[in-house]
Design a protein around this ligand. Structure first.
Ligand SMILES: [Zn+2]
Length: 714
């Protein structure tokens, strides 16, 4: 018998993976690995760093709408991807040649997650990177390739120096070309490491590797290939090589003591407006969200045998939680199927035959409820129960299943803070917005720390005061409060909003943690609806684009704010995790990997120079350096994200629109590996992220001020 689960997280993404799992891998020998394998319980959901078998496996995952938390990276010639998946899905991927290398974070209800955020360090291989075997140099008449070192950067963080290189070969079509980088440090030490081929959407991009530890400042780097190509010798560049102005004595910071729910954020906004009356406006954004609400639902019957899903048309909190539903045997012969609703009980009396036996099917019961009570109830046959005899069942109580008892069940007004001395549109504007994705709990901490730093220091620090004189600052701490409430109270891995656009069998409550729209795929430029890659039409996908561009209140609010304030010239969309700094284009078409238009040379220079300043400011706090390989256009350094907000802000409204992914990987010297921090790290880490990225946002304000000062007077 098939074991079915009600109301659990684990069953939810099964549909997304069916396309992937229908491709069994051909038998390939995985390299011997002495470490014990990482496994999850079948019903457990977790964020797992997985080493995929090959590019094809990744492509199938992406095509199936997999919940990719991070950009897949090459390591050991294989691809590392961070995926939200169940134990069953992990087992099936493993059977196809994939291997879990880190459990970044386990799912649970949000309130319990601290106890559960376990890092599975024991299962990581301590071995470093596998160098290409000696003697692989091709001796046949293959043409020698030409190598170009596109990037070679070094930096130091927490006392450890790192080197990162990106090299392109002219032998773009040869998947077997191996490229090795050799380095020499200032004190004469030498070493080498391999690079790995990186393809995107089937197109060769370059060879690269994660940042590699080196003993000292590297002064020389060359690349050589298995085809015989040798690059010219280059001197690695210090990254990011910028230093923000030093903080004056008495500069106030650290306004974050805990993770903040949407209710906490609302209170914080109110307090800031009261405390800094002369510097703050609170803007109520025009589109109220659905609220932390769901339709009330129950299985009528046993889903393991035969059942109909009955849900209320109104939300559970609108008087429908607790309503009962049942089927009864009329106890008489030749009775028709009838439906009656009285005293908060929906009673379906089953039809009987001449012998008095009940004869109604599941489909007939669902159809009768829909026909007789269309304003109160919606019924669908449970997946797998079609055409089965309907049992006498119930009474079952409809329930919205929401666990958060302290969350107001009403439409939510999303708020923005406006900070500045002149809040009249006469100054250049910047917009910082966070938590489009509900589970990214650290992100509102960043924007609120930033806002409070600007306000608290305005009276004591002349430099901060001058920024508030020259710049008009807009902050939306939580774009997606409904999803955030769900993430805190019900399912911590929730990414999307709470609006359920699914129809038919996909409304089965076993999919409840997969409903919702991905806000950052719901915008108008380079969207799924325009044929761009990186969003889905499947309402259960982690990247579901919605029913149309801007179908959601949350995305419409961001655009409404930007449209209403045409002085906004810079924007930062704050996400987590992974440590990225990105800008447009953020999407490309699948066919030929044609991106949205590239910025002009001048604008690209502005993007990169500003990025270096902001990355330098982030590093000031605790030495966290955003990798050069993760600084650049979204479509190049992360993945294609069709219909994301930064693209609409940039291409439609002419705003220099960036994205942060806060929460950089941490280097573990014991294992020689970079480790992901996840969406909801232990609070100390989230606190660190808030401090360093708030500093980055302050630098964005300086960038805006300098930009405005350089413009010719109007
Ligand atoms: Zn995100």
């Amino acid at each position: 018998m098939i074991v079915r689960r009600r109301w659990t997280a684990a069953a939810t993404t099964a549909i997304l993976f069916s396309a992937v799992l229908s491709h069994p891998a051909p038998g390939t020998a995985a390299p011997a690995d002495p470490a014990p394998p990482i496994t999850l319980g079948a019903t457990e959901t977790a964020l797992v760093r997985v080493q995929l078998r090959d590019q094809a496996q990744l492509d199938r995952l992406v095509a199936a709408g997999a919940d990719l938390a991070n950009r897949p990276r090459a390591r050991d010639g294989r691809i590392l991807a961070d995926l939200v998946l169940s134990g069953t899905q992990l087992a099936e991927l493993t059977a196809q040649g994939a291997k879990a290398v880190q459990v970044v974070q386990r799912a649970g209800d949000g309130s319990r997650h601290h106890a559960e955020s376990v890092r599975a360090a024991q299962a990581r291989t301590a071995a470093g990177l596998r160098a290409p075997a000696a003697g692989q140099r091709t001796t046949a008449a293959a043409a020698v390739d030409t190598l170009q070192v596109q990037q070679a950067y070094w930096w130091t963080t927490s006392g450890q120096t790192f080197l990162q290189a990106q090299v392109a070969t002219t032998a773009t079509d040869d998947p077997d070309v191996e490229i090795t980088v050799s380095w020499r440090t200032a004190d004469g030490a030498t070493g080498s490491f391999p690079l790995y081929r990186f393809e995107d959407s089937g197109e060769y991009q370059y060879h690269y590797n994660l940042p590699q530890p080196v003993p000292n400042r590297p002064v020389q780097l060359t690349a050589s290939s298995s085809l015989g190509g040798v690059s010219r010798v280059v001197t690695p560049t210090f990254w990011p090589n910028t230093t923000p102005p030093p903080l004056p004595a008495g500069y106030q910071k650290d306004f974050i003591d805990a993770y903040l729910t949407p209710t906490d954020i609302q209170a914080r906004i109110k307090r800031l407006a009261r405390q800094y009356r002369d510097l703050v406006d609170v803007i109520d954004l025009p589109n109220k969200t659905q609220g932390y609400r769901r339709n009330a639902v129950a299985y009528l019957g046993d889903p393991a045998v035969a059942a109909v899903v009955v849900e209320s048309v109104r939300f559970g909190d609108q008087g429908m939680n607790g309503v009962q539903v049942r089927t009864v045997d009329p106890g008489r012969r030749n009775r028709p199927l009838t439906v009656r609703y009285r005293d908060r009980v929906l009673t379906v009396s089953l039809a009987t035959d001449t012998a008095g036996k009940t004869v109604s099917t599941t489909d007939e019961v669902a159809a009768a409820i829909n026909a007789r009570q269309p304003n109160r109830f919606r019924a669908t046959v449970e997946d797998g129960s079609t055409g089965l005899p309907m049992p006498v069942a119930g009474p079952a109580r409809l329930d919205d299943g929401l666990q958060g008892t302290e969350v107001p069940a009403r439409p939510w007004t999303v708020q923005a803070l406006r900070l500045g001395v002149h809040r009249d549109g006469s100054r250049v504007g910047v917009l910082a917005y966070s938590q489009e994705h509900a589970r990214e709990w650290a992100t509102p901490l960043v924007t609120l720390e930033f806002a409070e730093r600007m306000l608290a220091n305005a009276r004591t620090d002349p430099a901060t005061r001058e920024l508030l004189e020259q710049v008009d600052i807009f902050v939306i701490p939580t774009v997606n409060p409904d999803g955030a409430n769900y993430s805190f109270n019900d399912f911590n891995m929730q990414r999307k909003n709470l609006v359920n656009h699914c129809t038919g069998a996909a409304r089965d409550p076993k999919y409840r943690t997969s409903w919702g729209v991905d806000i950052n795929r719901n915008y108008t430029v380079g969207s799924y609806f325009d044929g761009y890659v990186g969003a889905s039409a499947n309402c259960l996908s982690g990247t579901y684009a919605g029913t149309a561009e801007l179908s959601e209140a949350e995305s419409s609010n961001v655009i409404a704010l930007a449209q209403a304030h045409s002085n906004i010239k810079f924007a930062m969309n704050v996400h987590s995790y992974g440590g990225y700094f990105m800008w447009p284009p953020g999407a490309y078409r699948a066919d030929g990997r044609v991106t949205l238009p590239r910025p002009s040379i001048d604008e690209s220079t502005l993007f990169l120079n500003s990025a270096r300043r902001i990355v330098g400011a982030i590093a000031q706090e605790r030495g966290t350096v955003t990798w050069p390989s993760q600084t650049g256009p979204v479509a190049d350094v992360l993945y294609s994200a069709a219909g994301n907000s930064a693209d609409q802000l940039y291409y439609e409204l002419g705003i220099f629109a960036w994205d942060f992914e806060v929460g950089n990987d941490r280097w573990n010297p014991a294992t020689n590996q970079w480790e992901g921090v996840g969406f909801q790290p232990p609070f100390d880490e989230a606190h660190g992220e808030s401090q360093e990225y708030a500093g980055g946002l302050v630098e964005m304000v300086r960038v805006a001020r300098d930009y405005a000062a350089a413009q010719p007077a109007a």
